[in-house]
Write a protein that binds this ligand. Structure first.
Ligand code: SF4
Length: 672
């Protein structure tokens, strides 16, 4: 059973409608946007002020942490004052960790309560022990007894619940049986769903968040598949936790949320950023608009849905490819990270100068894409240095016309051409030319043209070929999208036994919907590229929607880093902050980034509190976690190695710790 109706076009997953106050989630409702306040919940005035600010920018559901009973009691006044300010229509959600007593208080005052199955009345001490079946059932009975009162009260009051599972904060019981895996996350949620259903309660929304988009995507897919097996149809709340700030935070969120939405999954979303919460809403709005533009369309003929992709949607594996040498230092192949292609502007020398001035030492443009019309003199191409050229040939150029130039090109230069279904002989001639002169041919095809050319391609084999989607001729009408078309292309290559690398090209024609803003381009690139990379597809990447070559290059590397496909700088995992936060997360994150942003491949987590921080910083190498007001705990992996350091000393101690573990490099910090 698949997790979605189609991987080639967007068919919204049918769910029951859950009412959060007056706001319907799931069913036929639009995608709902939500965010969270960051003030101390017991500061009622500040929390009401933040709730109003969020509602005014379009937040439809506001979440507020309730770390204890005293804070949960404050929700009563917050609800009253928020309503009095004219926002009675905007539901509030209490965020609960650990304390059933706080949940029981909160459910009296707000429209929804979020519980974390990893720590709701369950142990979280990272204990390693074997649970026998008898131990396990005893624990489940204990959980049943602890969770049922909240379920019963929520049913009586007409409240909704969110079962909000987080990677890295699973209970010891689940961790010992399933590990810190998507399967563990799903089993953890299912236990709570079964308890709720045993109490005749169904007003639930589910989430499966992780800071790693790949893990998050797999967990949501698996959840949907397992729920369908149990005839459960609850709506989904989508989000990537600890995504960080700026471009990186937006990219990570868009990869995780976007690729699920394109598969028709998701009913409400939160984009978590380590920035003021109001900045989350425009990003969420832009993501939601893209997805809803696909939902609105009629379902096309499902012919592509019969394709066998050969992809395990629940476990990551990179597609096997052949190896190709571009410039001496630029290899594409199975052991290689995806390579970055950047499109040159009309004046190649201007592009080369801008790339040279762009301070791209750690993120170099590896292949420069140049449009070649009939009038271009190829002999005059400037030396590309350590990069390689990709020459995009105008359709009017014939193989015979191009042949004299082929001898002048450096081996590893890529010829780029789209082929129509009737151009078998032309394709064969260009492929032979490429092989004779140690060049590479990038073949752009629509899925339909691929079928028409399949016998030519079978004869040619995959030597010195790269494949890409001919987006401008692909029919992306209705709910069809470029992610689905690339998946079709990969499935067609598999059918023919071709292992040629796949080039993901982000162009205006591959976009789902939106304006010409940088945010829209960033989201599109994240949807398409991130979605494919998380399925193990993609060996080259270009973001051709961004005309500024250095900016397009950096964006490509940032998307690769967000998808975990290629690490070119320090990875920061930073929580979005909430009412539990013990220091200023934004300035601290910026300060630590300024000092450590050059440590390529090192993962540093900056978490606001010890209640959730250590669990949710996932697989970070080092952790900087709020231990008490003004005090920081430092972690190496999951182990706390220094407690309660005065905050003024914590940066230096963190750097000393990184040095002690041999991960420090003396180099100029990279600008944020
Ligand atoms: S880790 Fe951050 S967002 Fe999570 S509970 Fe602690 S302070 Fe709040």
């Amino acid at each position: 059973m698949s997790y979605c109706a189609s991987r080639f076009s967007t068919v919204r997953r049918p769910t029951r409608e859950v009412k959060v106050g007056n706001v319907g989630v799931g069913g036929t409702n639009p995608l709902r946007l939500q965010s969270m306040t960051t003030s101390d919940t017991q500061d009622v005035a500040a929390t009401v002020k933040q709730s109003i600010a969020l509602a005014e920018v379009g937040c439809e559901i506001v979440r507020i942490t309730a770390p204890n009973v005293a804070a949960a009691k404050c929700l009563k006044n917050i609800r009253t004052q928020f309503t009095a300010a004219g926002f009675g229509h905007v539901p509030l959600v209490a965020d609960i960790h650990f304390l059933p007593s706080a949940a029981m208080e909160a459910v009296e005052h707000v429209e929804k309560v979020r519980v974390n199955p990893g720590n709701y009345a369950d142990k979280k001490k990272f204990n390693v022990r074997e649970y026998t079946d008898a131990d396990y059932s005893t624990e489940l009975q204990r959980l049943h007894d602890a969770f049922s009162p909240l379920v019963i009260r929520a049913r009586q009051l007409g409240r909704a619940l969110r079962i909000g599972t987080n990677h890295g904060s699973l209970s010891d019981r689940i961790m010992n049986r399933y590990g810190d895996t998507p399967l563990g996350m799903v089993e953890s949620a299912l236990e709570f769903l079964r308890i709720a259903e045993a109490n005749s309660y169904k007003e639930m929304i589910l989430s499966m968040k992780a800071s790693n988009p790949k893990v998050m995507i797999q967990a949501y897919r698996l959840l949907v598949q397992r729920m369908a097996q149990e005839d459960m149809h609850y709506p989904l709340h989508l989000g990537v936790t600890e995504a960080g700030d700026g471009e990186d935070g937006r990219i990570k969120s868009a990869i995780g949320i976007g690729s699920l939405l394109l598969d028709g999954l998701g009913d409400t979303i939160r984009v978590s950023l380590t920035e003021d919460s109001v900045y989350e809403i425009p990003v969420a709005r832009a993501i939601a608009d893209k997805a809803m533009s696909l939902w609105a369309a009629d379902r096309p003929s499902p012919s592509a849905d019969r394709l066998e992709e050969g992809i395990d949607s629940y476990h990551f594996a990179k597609r096997e490819t052949t190896t190709l040498q571009f410039a001496p230092g630029v290899t594409v192949g199975p052991e290689q990270p995806p390579r970055v292609v950047v499109r040159a502007g009309a004046d190649l020398s201007v592009t080369l100068a801008s790339l040279a001035a762009g301070k791209l030492k750690d993120t170099p443009p590896e292949i420069i894409l140049v449009a070649v019309g009939p009038a271009v003199q190829l002999a005059q191409l400037p030396d590309p240095g350590e990069s390689s050229y990709a020459l995009e040939l105008a359709p009017a150029i014939t193989p015979a016309e191009f042949k004299p130039f082929a001898t002048t090109l450096r081996p590893g230069t890529m010829l780029v051409r789209d082929f129509a279904g009737g151009e078998g002989p032309v394709l064969t001639a260009f492929a032979r030319l490429a092989r004779e002169h140690q060049l590479i041919l990038a073949v752009g095809l629509t899925p339909e043209d691929f079928s028409a050319l399949s016998s030519t391609l079978r004869q040619l084999g995959d030597e010195r070929l790269v494949f890409s989607l001919n987006v401008s001729r692909t029919n992306l009408a209705g709910p069809a999208h470029a992610l689905g078309a690339y998946r079709q292309l990969a499935a067609s290559l598999r059918d023919l036994g071709l292992h040629a690398p796949l080039w993901i090209r982000n162009t205006a024609a591959s976009a789902v919907h939106g304006d010409n803003s940088f945010l829209s381009k960033l989201l599109e690139a994240s949807f398409l590229t991130g979605g494919l990379l998380c399925d193990g597809l993609g060996d080259l990447l270009s973001i051709e929607t961004e005309p500024d070559a250095p900016r397009a290059t950096r964006l490509a590397y940032n998307v690769l880093q967000g998808a975990g496909a290629r690490i070119s700088k320090t990875e920061f995992v930073a929580c979005p902050s909430c009412g539990r936060t013990l220091f200023d997360l934004q300035t601290t994150t910026q300060r630590i980034r300024a000092q450590t942003g050059h440590l390529k491949g090192v993962k540093i987590a900056i978490m606001g509190c010890i209640v959730n921080g250590p669990g949710e910083m996932a697989d970070a190498d080092f952790g900087y976690v709020g231990g008490a007001p003004g005090k920081i705990n430092l972690y190496v992996g999951k182990n706390c190695v220094q407690y309660n350091i005065p905050q003024a000393d914590a940066d230096a101690k963190l750097i000393a710790l990184i040095k002690e573990h041999g991960k420090w490099l003396d180099a100029a910090p990279v600008p944020a």
